[in-house]
Design a protein around this ligand. Structure first.
Ligand code: PMP
Length: 391
């Protein structure tokens, strides 16, 4: 605590990202990064965007396009949308932060209200709903903006009970597939949630950070822009539905910081209003060009995604065979449990063996660790350590 902090800053509990070791050699399976490089077209586009003969970066003198048209156009083209239905941001974390600010009411003392876990006094119907085990940034955004929230419990098998989101509330947000479980909700159930809230004017945010990894391992159903689990194709019929995507996972661009959201024009305009009250140029010139090139090179990413899915299925089966529990994953990570060690103990053993994974010290999740899918070679080292830990 510092005397210079205002009360809002004192009340914050910031998100803790996974460790990014700067010089230690290790196998890094802790932040769901892609083990394969991005499309070669990304670097070509970045070099062009920097401009200038001999790569002097002449164009970096200039601010980027505040409307982020290059990336929005690429997204609109790929999914058959209008540019006005697309918003671009500095990573999907920023898009999510703007969405919380744009669509969810902040808590205020209301007579007859309830006090939520965070001390906000509000009517229950004003609370935003997200699952009790989910992306741990959601409660952080809620606290930042003063949004009251409630967390319906995942079922005992760790799946989301979609009916627990069919209740009057101030908004809904969840990842599909969910993180850190990796488990997917069917499109039908996602759309049932959106339909329920549409009539009430309540926004439903579906965070599709990992949706590309839900496809079949043979890649058969992965035609360009036609993701089997995504609800991007349903935004026309669901004016309250905002779908958030990132370039950090399937597009191998976590270091570039680019994400986007698609939804009804009014939702996109709401996001623009928040952005333009905060930072007019959140997506830089290089990120816009690189991300747009990635969105346009679906063929390249189908191949890397197919490899990751195949590795995930192989590793999952091997772990189960050794006696581990692995939840059925539709993402680029596995949520796994050692039969005897606690999640924290297993995390430490892996760390000692030079393998970084993620552990969440919360109820029910604490028994597990989340393991990002790396290259086949990295996962073989991981499996060898897992075999040793069963002796
Ligand atoms: N949503 C989920 C569910 C995530 O796991 C992540 C990655 N931590 C993000 C959003 C944010 O991704 P980025 O900001 O890199 O686009």
């Amino acid at each position: 605590m510092s005397r210079f902090w205002n009360s809002r800053t004192r009340a914050l509990s910031p998100y803790m990202p996974g460790e990014q070791p700067q010089n230690r050699a290790c196998i890094k399976l802790n932040t769901n990064e892609n083990p394969y490089p991005p499309s070669p077209r990304v670097m070509e586009a970045i070099a062009r965007a920097a401009g200038g003969a001999g790569g002097c970066g002449e164009r970096l003198r200039l601010y980027p396009d505040p409307a982020c048209r290059e990336l929005r156009e690429a997204v609109a083209e790929r999914w058959g949308l209008k540019m006005e239905q697309v918003f671009a941001g500095n990573g999907s974390d920023e898009v999510l932060a703007f969405a919380f600010a744009a669509f969810f009411e902040t808590g205020s003392p209301i007579a007859g209200g309830v006090v939520s876990a965070d001390g906000f006094v509000t009517r229950r119907e004003a609370a935003v709903l997200f699952p009790d085990i989910t992306y741990s940034f959601y409660p952080v955004y809620a606290r930042l903006w003063g949004v009251p929230y409630e967390c319906p419990r995942l079922q005992d098998d760790f799946s989301i009970d979609y009916t627990s989101f069919l209740a009057p509330c101030g908004g809904v947000v969840f990842p599909n597939p969910n993180a850190p479980t990796g488990m997917a909700m069917s499109r039908e159930h996602v759309l049932a949630i959106a339909r329920y809230h549409a009539a009430r004017g309540v926004a439903v945010i579906v965070d599709e950070a990992y949706v590309d990894f839900a496809g079949a391992a043979d890649g058969a159903s992965r035609a360009c822009g036609a993701d089997p689990l995504s609800v991007i194709d349903s935004i026309e019929d669901h004016p309250n539905l905002l779908v958030v995507r990132t370039l950090s996972k399937s597009a191998s661009l976590a270091g570039l910081r680019a994400g986007f959201a698609v939804g009804n024009e009014e939702l996109v305009e709401g996001l623009c209003r928040v952005r333009d009250s905060f930072n007019s140029y959140p997506v830089d010139r290089l990120a816009l060009a690189g991300a747009a090139a990635a969105v346009r090179d679906a063929a390249y990413y189908e191949e890397t995604t197919r490899k990751i899915i195949a590795t995930r299925e192989r590793v999952s089966a091997a772990l189960v065979e050794k006696g581990y529990t692995a939840l059925p994953s539709s993402a680029n990570f596995l949520f796994i449990r050692h039969p005897a060690l606690t999640g924290a103990e297993f995390f430490t053993r892996l760390r000692e063996a030079g393998i970084l994974v993620r552990h969440f010290n919360t109820e029910r999740a604490a028994d597990f660790v989340r393991v990002s899918i790396g290259t086949d070679a990295d996962m073989d080292v991981f499996l060898a350590v897992c075999a040793k830990e069963m002796l």
